[in-house]
Design a binder for this molecule. Structure first.
Ligand code: SAH
Length: 254
């Protein structure tokens, strides 16, 4: 049985509470129940309750946090929904591919599906915290869906994919993997550590950063590193720091 508790819908800085309610309803229709709100403009809200109809339980259980980083801290797979292509191309999925990944991954890791602001979508920093982006194919002349409609399309695909694997228990590639994927919190520690070391060895210049960290994020997002591999890399970074004398071996920073 597919465990829908493994999948969280994350809404970032939603301005209209009606969209939060409509999201809860779409989620419940499709069997999902975990909702995280990053800095909603208005929540709790009577308007949201009105639009949620019989999905008020999802609103009541919703978690409110300050940053996307917090929202995805325990997730091994993060997929961001975006209507537009961005400056640095990122691994891109269509809704069916997205749902397949979600269902395969949710057997091992927690998964977050992230949706942006009504007016401006997700910003670059937020998009770079995602392993993949998902774009719903639409009319090129008017590509941006209403937030809750976008949530519905993605949740519908996840629902269909979840039913399909129940009927056809094909082993997924990831089932054979011996380690869990690193989660959002672990990779953020790693990026900070990597940045510190690259600065210490004069590889990275904060006055002229170019797109180094974005490219490092994209590289490691593509690989989807596991916990053991991440520990090895952290160990290498710590030894570099020790060797160049920028930190004592005993006082490893997080
Ligand atoms: N004007 C914004 C769109 C915001 S719509 C922009 O250009 O980015 C609110 C959110 O709904 C988006 O951040 C995205 O998460 C989701 N969304 C809307 N249309 C989408 C589409 N065609 N594909 C994927 N996600 C979409």
């Amino acid at each position: 049985m597919f465990d829908f508790n493994q999948v969280t819908i994350v809404l970032v800085s939603t301005s209209h509470p009606g969209n939060i309610g409509a999201t809860a309803r779409a989620m419940k229709n499709m069997g999902l129940n975990k909702l995280t709100l990053v800095q909603p403009a208005q929540f709790p809200s009577g308007v949201a309750v009105g639009r949620a109809v019989s999905a008020i339980d999802i609103l009541e259980k919703a978690t409110v946090v300050d940053t996307l980083q917090e929202a995805v801290a325990d997730c091994g797979l993060v997929i961001g929904a975006s209507a537009r292509s961005r400056k640095i191309p990122w691994p891109m999925l269509n809704p069916e591919q997205c749902a397949e990944k979600v269902v395969a991954d949710a057997r091992k890791n927690k998964v977050a599906l992230v949706f942006g602001r009504e007016d401006a979508g997700l910003n670059n920093e937020e998009l770079q915290q995602c392993h993949f982006h998902v774009q719903i194919p639409t009319n090129p002349g008017y590509s941006s869906l209403n937030l809750a409609s976008a949530v519905m399309v993605i949740c519908y695909e996840v629902h269909k994919a979840a039913l399909a694997v129940e009927n056809l228990p094909v082993p997924q590639e990831d089932e054979f993997w011996d380690q869990e994927k690193a989660n959002g919190e672990q990779v953020e520690h790693f990026y900070r550590h990597l940045e510190r070391v690259m600065i210490a060895i004069d590889f990275h210049d904060l006055d002229n950063p170019r797109q180094l960290m974005q490219r490092m994020r994209r590289l490691f997002s593509r690989i989807r590193i596991d916990v053991m591999e991440m520990n090895i890399l952290r160990g290498i970074l710590s030894n570099i720091e020790y060797k160049i004398g920028s930190v004592k071996q005993t006082s490893q920073k997080k």
